[in-house]
Design a protein around this ligand. Structure first.
Ligand SMILES: [Zn+2]
Length: 141
């Protein structure tokens, strides 16, 4: 079983804390705690996608939003079917343009379900599912 304690590393470069932490949750007293299935999805997201991408990129990737319980997702205005709720998605930021991360993702043929580049807000939403990953790329202004 995965341990969702903040001190536990999920992988070489990612911790549980950064996948679960939310300033909005703290502010509103929302307990952003995944169930066991969601925990597994978060671990798979990091191990299959985020850590390999981190290695390919070679520099830190900051998670601005990882797992969101339903209440938190509602608070931050996420769509009801958001993959963040399942622990399948994370919003990634780097020093510099987030489009660079998308380029690396595609160049290294890493597995993913959806990659949504938010140009103006400069982050890359990435998701992965256990099966049937769509490899869908969406560019938003
Ligand atoms: Zn997202």
């Amino acid at each position: 079983m995965e341990k969702t304690h903040p001190k536990y590393n999920l992988s070489t470069n990612f911790t549980w804390d950064e996948m679960l932490h939310s300033a909005t949750a703290d502010k509103h007293g929302i307990k952003n705690i995944p169930d066991q299935e969601e925990e597994k999805a978060i671990a798979a997201l990091v191990k299959r996608l985020l850590q390999p991408l981190r290695i390919a990129y070679g520099h830190p990737i900051r998670i601005s939003s990882g797992y969101r319980c339903r209440e938190l997702n509602k608070r931050v205005g996420g769509v009801p079917a958001s993959q963040h709720i399942k622990g399948e998605a994370a919003d990634c930021m780097i020093d510099g343009n987030a489009s660079k991360l998308l380029g690396i993702l595609l160049a290294h043929e890493l597995p993913f379900d959806q990659a949504i580049l938010y140009k103006k807000r400069n982050f890359l939403h990435l998701s992965i599912r256990a099966v049937n990953n769509r490899r869908q790329v969406i560019i938003n202004d």
